[in-house]
Design a protein around this ligand. Sequence first.
Ligand SMILES: [Zn+2]
Length: 107
Amino acid sequence: MKTELSGGTVRCSYKVSGAGQWGYFNKHQCSRKAAVNRPDGAFCKQHDPDVKQAKRNARAAKWDAEYKQLGVAKKDATVGLWMRENKPEQYNEIDEKLRETETQGNN
Ligand SMILES: [Zn+2]
């Protein structure tokens, strides 16, 4: 695995999925330069595991708030699944809303 770019710049060690249906099996290394050092290696800002985890937590918290509003007594990650099965329309609506806020947060 190539870990350095020209000039001694450390390369992000994240494995990016390839395009298409079998992309998961055709992973390639991220080509951006690393910005942070984590126990698992060096990563660019986009692939920082800490940031990804923080986003997941934020998303779970949003789901939490949404299902409390609906009065659904489910916990964390299962909420999304419950919603998808029992209230698919609301699930799509909320999911879209969350995606929008996530995209805005990236700017
Ligand atoms: Zn990266």
